[in-house]
Unconditional design. Sequence first.
Length: 216
Amino acid sequence: MSRRNAESLKERLEIMDPIMVGYDPMDHRDAFRTLYGIFSQARSDGEEVLIDITSTTNLTQGVALTITLMFKNARVYTVPSKQPAWYVNGRIGDERFENWFENARNQPSMDPMEISLPGYRLEPHTRHEEKEWAVEKEVLKLLHSYGGEADSISDIIRWSGYKAASSTLRNRYSRIINRLEMRGLVDADKGSKMKVIRLTEFGDIFAEALSDLVDV
């Protein structure tokens, strides 16, 4: 159903030379990785992102909203149907299903409705924040590449290419970890002397999406 709708939309938007990108709308990681890559590329190209979440799954709607809250160049909207038809009738391929499908996709709709979101975004707002965010993303990718966990800040410093963890480096990386904690991307075990640092579930998904990008 999603593929047929996408092909129909591509045909109607042919003058804009649309690009088809496949992903699994029922897989959280796949949806996040795919959409984050599109948003990130648009940001690099200086483009605005306007995403329509009308006909996707609840899971992908949540992913789209989450990523929209990360980028300053992104907005999201939906087109409510005047007569929703959520329940599938028949099996794919039989006449009953085809009749339901054509009726459901041709329902009259209301005006598009943009979903209001707070102005703050996870992405940096100043050049100083951009430099900090670049380093933070590298730390996330390092943690992901080493299984999502470090026994101590010294490990992260060593993975970053430094031979010794000086007090200056420890202070610097402690601030990085604190900021990542505030963003909900890592957890740091303060109960132990070594301070184990691990990616949160969202941090792991985000780090995986970052690792897919050539230039972030």
